[in-house]
Design a binder for this molecule. Structure first.
Ligand code: NAD
Length: 424
């Protein structure tokens, strides 16, 4: 037991503290969103979800799924924050899915609090336990052989096999477990210097950012981290261990965004890495089809406030504007809304995914809609330090960023000490 009053300690796009009760409250709110979107709630009757609760756990605590009946069995790699957390919550709360989550988080030690992803996972674990859902966690470096081995063992013992693998890692570096080489990602344009508008999150002013083009080493490093190498290794590890159920699906996440962000994102180092991830997914798709009749497809998601997106120049300002415009049009979506839509429209039991010409699910359709992007294009050049609070929803961005760490969440007593230890 260790209690403390926890306050935000923020510098730019980093916050070094996290509030356990605020994180739990965020997770519970996401669970509510997912529960109210359960198939059958809106008049859609779906047998698999009606039976997807505690009835499908055998005596050893393992999920059983015979002849397609029983809970969906899902492995989420990158399950503790952002899109991966939302995918896990959607699977669990909409379908009673049995889940294994992999992530890299720090638990509390003494009076030092843990990371948000640790507290998020503790909150999900509580929900799963209270509702009789199988839920197991692996905390460590997903890129390593050791964590893959541990995950394979846990999937075998707790899920038997998996029906769905969601791949949602976002990291600045990766060490290749075979060569020992550490790749470092950079967020840079390719070929030419980028000069653009961004928000300085410390000083809260609009400034011009100049980013020099990446070196070959920078491009190689970014592809080494965020490209498809590790995804490929996960697919091999799970296939070799016979853990992919008939028809199993693999879904990694990508982003494309509007032309406005292309120089720094899609046409830059990170976009190069995403292209590699998308090519790798096509290769994995071929392998899955022939081995288990499965499928691998990228889901292109919309821009949302997460720890990963806060670190990309231009993107926080773009998201501030995007959120204002999408909210005004009744189109607003956070990660949980995107993941609910992914399951409901594309990959939930009984659903057939709608894919673009590159075999991708497009959850960024509303973000990239003509009228939303026309407004972005007309407002963007006029944004200055004097007017950005009025023209964009920067207030919502700032609050959303703090909420990632459990701060500024309604109903949380921030002036009272809170228990820092949590069980996952
Ligand atoms: P995030 O920072 O919220 O989550 C990253 C997750 O990866 C966390 O669970 C973290 O613990 C885990 N992780 C990081 N390094 C790890 C390691 N070495 N071992 C194990 N786990 C590790 O990120 P996010 O924004 O949700 O991004 C997830 C994916 O979604 C990425 O592929 C990203 O490109 C994609 N995406 C994000 C956005 C966006 O706007 N945020 C939009 C579209 C697509």
């Amino acid at each position: 037991m260790a209690t403390a009053v926890v306050e935000p300690r923020i510098r730019g796009f980093i916050c070094t503290t996290a509030h356990p009760a605020g994180c739990a409250s965020n997770v519970n709110a996401q669970i509510q969103v997912a529960r109210s979107a359960r198939p059958g709630q809106a008049g859609q009757v779906d047998q698999s979800s009606q039976t997807g609760q505690s009835g499908q756990v055998d005596q050893s605590g393992r999920a059983t799924r015979k002849n397609g009946a029983g809970p969906l069995r899902v492995l989420v790699i990158g399950a503790s924050t952002g899109y991966g957390l939302a995918a896990r919550i959607a699977a669990g709360a909409m379908y009673g899915a049995a889940t294994v989550g992999v992530f890299f988080e720090r638990e509390s030690s003494g009076t030092r609090c843990g990371t948000p992803g640790y507290y998020n996972t503790a909150a999900y674990q509580r929900y799963a336990t209270e509702n009789g859902l199988v839920s197991a966690n692996v905390n460590g470096d997903a890129y390593s052989h050791e964590i893959k081995r541990k995950t394979v063992e846990l999937v075998a013992s707790r899920l038997g096999q998996v029906d769905l693998v969601v791949y949602s890692l976002a990291s600045p570096r990766r060490t290749d477990p075979d060569t020992g080489e550490t790749y470092q990602a950079v967020l840079s344009p390719i070929g030419e210097t980028y000069v653009g508008k961004t928000i300085d999150l410390n000083r809260e002013v609009i400034s011009e950012v100049t980013v020099e083009p990446a070196s070959d080493e920078g491009i190689r490093g970014t592809v080494g981290v965020m490209g498809g190498d590790d995804l490929h290794r996960w697919s091999e590890a799970l296939l070799d261990a016979g853990l992919l159920a008939d028809g199993a699906r693999f879904i990694p996440f990508s982003y494309i965004g509007p032309a406005l962000t292309w120089p720094i994102y899609r046409s830059g180092t990170i976009g190069r890495a995403k292209e590699h991830l998308e090519q790798t997914t096509k290769a994995i798709d071929g392998g899955l089809r022939s081995s288990v009749g499965g499928k691998a497809m990228v889901s292109v998601n919309k821009a949302v406030i997460t720890q990963a997106s806060a670190a990309i120049p231009v993107v926080p300002l773009y998201i501030s504007l995007l959120y204002r415009i999408m909210r005004e049009r009744g189109l607003h979506e956070d990660p949980i809304h995107q993941m609910v839509r992914m399951f409901n429209d594309h990959i939930g039991p009984g659903r057939t995914p709608t894919l673009d010409e590159e075999n991708r699910i497009r959850l960024d359709d509303l973000e990239l809609g003509d009228s939303v992007q026309r407004e972005i294009d007309s407002v963007w050049p006029t944004i200055t330090t004097d007017n950005f609070r009025a023209l964009t929803d920067y207030g919502a961005y700032k609050r959303g960023f703090r909420q990632l760490f459990g701060f500024e969440v309604d109903g949380v007593a921030y002036d009272e000490p809170v228990e820092l230890e949590a069980e996952i």
